[in-house]
Design a protein around this ligand. Structure first.
Ligand code: GDP
Length: 455
């Protein structure tokens, strides 16, 4: 494939010890030779792959920086093309000037994720491995890093190819039997077919479930603390904040200017939005209205609904409970150090998880941690299990699962085996898509668009 030669600053934009300008494409070495002058006089095009030279970057007769240039020769490079990496000093201006010199010498600015996209297109990695690189870069916890590295090493593809192989064998057998009746191909046993379908259904469901739990662990669970005034929301918030470590983050790019507070509870990160709202306006139902409260409930994946156990329930408590619907919720019965006057039966009828705490005295934290890990499904999370890398993979796995389920329905309802075969093939198509086999250009572009420039 003849493509343009691209270049970008591949290290983070900021002052650092080293800044790397990466050039990839047919003309990478030729272009680098135009801006790089080695101290020994050697030209980069005289070097074999995996070799480097020390020198300076000169552009329009001015020395920009000293630098080490590394040469990687096609196909033994990250992208599979000729690559030169210019390692200069890590200043923002220095790296920009070096990049400018490289672009002026014939390179084109790399698009988002274009290096990794080329690596994928040149067969250096499959799509799920490419996606894992993105996760690797953005990993914020050890578990996230471990999962990303596993995907990179092909754990997801291996698992998916295993599932594919099983479905392929069955689909091939089914079609052969249907298409060549005169060939005396043994009939597909319904038991074997059932076994394939149910096993695949189970394994795909587990992959998806583990992804959701993993996401809660690696990215955090959007959580809201609800409750009428004075039940102890702020006190609980303080308890949680001081619990392990608390990081206050401004998340840019959110539509509203919400400040998120992140608390780490056991293995799970809770992302508490709008905690300023809790502290200042006290009662969201009264002050900002039921609609806003509903919106907040809808935006959350977990609700901590706080009650004051020392007073009877009232309409305000019930109004909140009635609006929770399907969101995972934990009833947090606070002030359990005081005499109980609350209608606990009502609470138990409305919540799957009920925890007694005294936020003020710091009692009941462990129970809360345990309820949170149950309510978010993270209790069963297995860090050593295969973890899908990202929403695109999850969506493909879900589509594949739905097709397997419809194959099961077709089989159980006694439809022709043709119907089952069609569903099996649909499922296979989705699994191929997951690992990037037979994917459309549109999907490939979407994946790499999420990368940053330089990657
Ligand atoms: P919020 O309006 O829901 O944020 O409630 P606050 O956290 O401001 O607490 C209201 C009052 O309840 C304060 O006086 C707290 O000290 C008190 N409080 C909070 N938690 C407890 C608790 O566990 N036990 C007791 N006895 N009092 C508590």
């Amino acid at each position: 494939m003849k493509e343009t030669t691209i270049a970008a600053i591949s290290t983070a934009q900021g002052a650092g010890g080293i800044g790397i300008i990466r050039i990839s494409g047919d003309k990478a070495i030729e272009i680098a030779d135009k801006v790089f002058v080695s101290f020994t006089g050697v030209k980069l095009n005289e070097l074999s792959g995996y070799h480097g030279a020390y020198g300076k970057i000169v552009f329009e007769d001015e020395i920009i920086d000293e630098c080490v240039a590394f040469v990687f020769r096609n196909p033994k490079s990250f992208t599979g093309e000729d690559v030169v990496e210019l390692c200069c000093h890590g200043g923002v201006l220095v790296t920009k000037l070096v990049l400018r010199a490289v672009l002026a010498s014939g390179a084109t600015p790399a698009g988002a994720g274009e290096f990794t996209k080329r690596a994928f297109l040149n067969g250096k990695m499959n799509l799920s491995e490419a996606e894992s690189i993105m996760n690797l870069i953005s990993a914020q916890s050890k578990n996230a890093l471990k999962a990303a590295n596993e995907v990179r090493q092909g754990a997801v593809s291996k698992k998916i190819y295993e599932l594919c192989e099983r479905l392929e064998n069955t689909a091939a057998h089914l079609s052969a039997w249907a298409d060549f009746p005169e060939e005396d191909i043994p009939e597909v046993s319904e038991d074997a077919l059932r076994n394939t379908l149910y096993t695949t259904e189970k394994e795909l469901s587990e992959l998806i479930k583990n992804y959701d739990a993993g996401k809660a662990i690696t990215q955090g669970v959007p959580t809201a603390i609800l409750g009428k005034p004075n039940v102890g929301k702020s006190t609980l918030m303080n308890l949680l904040s001081g619990f392990d470590k608390s990081i206050v983050t401004d998340i840019p790019g959110t539509t509203r200017d919400v400040v998120e507070e992140t608390v780490v509870l056991g293995d799970i990160i809770l992302r508490l939005s709008d905690t300023a709202g809790i502290r200042e306006t006290d009662n969201i139902v009264e002050k900002i209205g039921v609609d806003k409260a509903k919106e907040k409930i809808d935006e959350s994946q977990l609700l901590l609904v706080v009650f004051d156990s020392s007073i009877p329930l009232d309409d305000e408590d019930r109004l909140i409970v009635e609006n929770i619907r399907d969101t995972a919720a934990i009833a947090v019965i606070n002030k359990s150090d005081l005499e109980s006057k609350i209608d606990i039966e009502y609470i138990e009828n409305n919540f799957k998880f009920v925890v007694y705490i005294s936020a003020k005295q710091g009692i009941g934290k462990d129970e809360l941690v345990s309820a949170v890990s149950k309510a978010t499904g993270t209790e069963e999370f297995s860090a050593s299990a295969v973890l899908l890398a990202g929403e695109r993979q999850k969506a493909a796995a879900e589509d594949a699962l739905n097709s397997v389920k419809s194959a099961i329905d077709a089989l159980e309802m006694g439809f022709s085996l043709d119907a089952v075969t069609i569903d099996l093939e649909n499922s296979l198509q989705k699994l191929y898509e997951l690992v990037g086999k037979n994917v459309s250009e549109e999907i490939v572009d979407k994946v790499f668009h999420n990368f940053c420039v330089g990657k």
